[in-house]
Design a protein around this ligand. Structure first.
Ligand SMILES: *Cc1c(COP(=O)(O)O)cnc(C)c1O
Length: 426
């Protein structure tokens, strides 16, 4: 069978490694080939062959208002007419900085970058510069972008493709990264005791969303805060996924834990390439030109990107998006649980607001080792079954699903029916 998508994929593979510009898009571990997108609007996405899908990826998080929201498209159009990039300060950067600091009170100063990877990379360098120490603690299954030092027992695409560590990362870098099991507070205490005066920072996804989706014990996050403070290390929250999604103030608002630094991305760009990192003034003031830690970016604070991000965040607030997403999420959860109950196979469903995951495994699932008990074969069949019926979930067991404010009750009802059908023929 040839389709426009399969022709394009063949051509892409000639010129782009794996045919994709980010590995998880390759669909390789679900026994399928990616479709090529023609356009997207609201909760729907259409491929170049005219197939329609209800989309639960939302560009991997950014599309919290759904695709092509009029408020963002109009604002970007207007901004584009005034200039695409200036490379000198513009007022939108100040507006964005004020908004971030207002919504996330742990952030007193903030720098804009162009991706989540850049944000976490800068946080790690800054923490090392501030503390004068080299070692970093991360957690198995947490993904922080493709930063050298953080691609150790990582999640997301690295995990999907069975290589949670990357070739090309010098052993000397990896030696400075300590990866610990998630949700084990004792191991963290022991690690600090064994590395006295050497740990610069802990970096953590407060809601791990890159090895499926599971949750921190509140005590675990409190222990991280306590141990960092006691040992003079910085606590970095990677809220690239959860920032402005889990709640207006991110996961740190929900858990009431205050990090020293926060990495942001995805939603903050409204679909354009944006990241940000910020935190305590005392730490942020170590950045160049005030301090000795170098960090820069030709396109950072780009006027189109700031415009898109601001339009998205203001619209979310205007429509009280978080309340709406919780309502839609609860409806989605009910229908999913009904479908699972009928299927009578081991599936563990997790949800927080508009983020969800169906693990094809029995519960409880509280860390990477648990997530890896999932039956990937059954997941793949489920994925293909849903896709065939017009529902597009992430092509990996180790990703999180996203609902947008543009998903209608009908979209969700239809999805419920598709899940029931797809599960019944597994
Ligand atoms: C997506 C993601 C990143 C990386 O962001 P990019 O924009 O893809 O570089 C970092 N951390 C988390 C938690 C993410 O989900």
């Amino acid at each position: 069978m040839t389709s426009r998508s399969s022709e394009l994929f063949a051509a892409a593979q000639e010129r782009i490694p794996g045919g994709v510009n980010s590995p998880v898009r390759a669909f390789r571990h679900v026994g399928a080939q990616p479709f090529f997108v023609e356009r997207a609007r609201g909760a729907k996405i259409w491929d170049v062959d005219g197939n329609e899908y209800i989309d639960y990826i939302g560009s991997w998080g950014p599309a919290i208002l759904g695709h092509t929201p009029k408020v963002i498209v109009d604002a970007v159009r207007e901004a584009a007419a005034r200039g695409l990039s200036f490379g000198i300060p513009n007022p939108l950067e100040v507006e964005m900085a004020n908004l971030i600091c207002a919504w996330m009170p742990s952030i007193e100063k903030v720098r804009m970058v162009n991706s989540g990877t850049e944000a976490t990379m800068a946080c790690v360098r800054l923490a090392r510069g501030f503390t004068g120490r080299d070692k970093i603690i991360k957690f198995d299954g947490c993904y922080h972008g493709h930063v050298d030092a953080l691609l150790v027992r990582s999640g997301s695409g690295a995990l999907t493709h069975g290589r949670p560590d990357s070739a090309g990362v010098p052993q000397a870098f990896v030696d400075l990264t300590i990866s610990l099991p998630f949700n084990d507070a004792d191991v963290v205490r022991k690690c600090f005791a064994q590395n006295k005066g050497q740990i610069a920072a802990i970096i953590v996804e407060p809601v791990p969303a890159n090895a499926g989706l599971y949750f921190a014990n509140h005590d675990f996050l409190l222990t991280l805060r306590e141990e960092c403070t006691k040992n003079g290390a910085l606590l970095i929250f990677d809220e690239v996924v959860t920032g402005f999604r889990a709640a207006r103030g991110g996961a740190q608002e929900i858990y009431g834990v205050k990090p020293d630094l926060t990495a942001l991305g995805k939603i903050i760009g409204g679909g354009l390439p944006v990241g940000a990192f910020g935190g305590r003034s005392e730490v942020m003031d170590q950045l160049s030109p005030d301090g000795p830690v170098y960090q820069a970016g030709t396109l950072s604070g780009n006027p189109l990107a700031m415009t898109a991000g601001l339009a998205q965040l203001h619209e979310l607030e205007r429509i009280d998006g978080w309340k709406l997403l919780e309502r839609l999420g609860a409806h989605f959860e009910k229908l999913t649980r009904d479908a699972i109950a009928q299927a009578q196979i081991d599936i563990t469903f997790h949800r927080i607001g508009s983020m969800f995951c169906l693990f094809f495994a029995s519960g409880p699932i509280v860390d990477l080792a648990d997530a890896q008990r999932s039956n990937l074969e059954t997941f793949s069949k489920f994925f293909r079954g849903c896709l065939k019926r017009g529902v597009y979930f992430a092509p990996s067991q180790f990703e999180t699903g996203f609902i947008s404010t543009a998903h209608t009750r009908e979209d969700i009802e239809r999805t419920g029916a598709v899940m029931r059908e797809s599960l019944s023929v597994l």
